[in-house]
Design a protein around this ligand. Structure first.
Ligand code: ZZB
Length: 261
């Protein structure tokens, strides 16, 4: 899979993350840390409302160069190392941290209409895919919309503050002929999806959302508004790569299958 690695800069660690990272203060000193998400949909980045981590997953903070470090799974760090994304040939891990304390961390999501967004928990994040960090676009991803809706309905149950989700609403990014400009909420309504646990309906909704946007979608937001999604996708990606806010991240298909099987 040819992913785009999105660099989400940490603006302020949550209190639990500060506590968990205190013991690594020396190693992290002077480093800007980015949560890194692998996406197939760079053209939707305007609508990012948050990012997700798996609360039970293990993450590391890996040195990129003298100034930068990436937070992702160890598996992703190994892939990045092989793809020469790190300055050093060795993998240098600066810290270990679980997903749950990262929740509540304030980050900057490139291109998002929301200048800063929060890290939130998602039970269905796969450790075996991408970086284990998922950027959330509830306008165009049914999984993201369903999860964000769960969190908005029951913040106490999910152990989050209401302020981390309130006001972070789906933004119309892509106009589609059959499902309007908020395809994920529309598909969740049509398929009667009530939570992130409705696996089968969510898989069907995702399939439709991908196809509809790619083959029939037209951008209705941003620099490429009025352009077909098929044409805008590589252009938005190029802009992100050029600004240094993203990088090319590949995942061999066979590797994905063998590890997640
Ligand atoms: C932003 C985005 C916006 C995404 C969208 C999708 C959509 P796929 O579809 O299975 O081939 N993702 C990435 N890593 C993980 C993970 N470890 N666990 C769970 N989900 C993950 O996988 C690619 C997409 O799955 C990625 O693209 C990412 O979400 C998510 F509007 O990034 B995407 C219709 C989908 N729309």
């Amino acid at each position: 899979q040819d992913y785009t690695g999105i660099k989400m800069k940490v603006l302020e660690w949550s209190k639990p993350a500060q506590d968990a990272l205190a013991q690594y203060a020396d190693a992290l000193n002077g480093k800007t840390v980015y949560l890194v998400a692998a996406t197939l949909r760079p053209e939707t980045m305007y609508g990012q409302t948050n990012c997700f981590v798996g609360p039970e997953l293990k993450y590391g903070i890996y040195q990129v160069n003298d100034t930068d470090a990436f937070l992702c799974t160890e598996r992703a760090a190994r892939n990045m190392s092989q793809q020469k994304i790190f300055a050093s040939t060795e993998i240098v891990k600066l810290a270990d941290i679980k997903g749950s304390p990262i929740v509540g961390t304030k980050i900057h999501a490139p291109m998002s209409v929301y200048p800063s967004v929060y890290v939130l928990p998602m039970e269905t994040v796969l450790a075996t895919k991408g970086t284990g960090v998922v950027t959330s676009v509830p306008s165009d991803s049914p999984d993201d919309f369903a999860t964000l809706s769960d969190l908005k309905k029951k913040p106490e149950y999910y152990n989050i503050e209401a302020a981390w989700v309130e006001g972070f609403d789906p933004i119309p990014i892509i106009e589609t002929p059959n499902y309007g400009n908020l395809i994920a909420p529309k598909l969740c309504e049509i398929k009667k999806i009530n939570s992130q646990k409705d696996k089968n309906q969510l898989a069907e909704a995702k399939e439709i959302a991908y196809k509809e946007a790619f083959y029939q979608g037209v951008m209705c937001f941003g620099e490429f508004s009025g352009t077909k999604v098929q044409d805008a996708k590589p252009k938005v990606r190029e802009a992100l790569l050029k600004s240094g806010e993203a990088f090319v991240y590949n995942e061999p298909e066979s590797l994905v299958m063998s590890r997640s099987g």
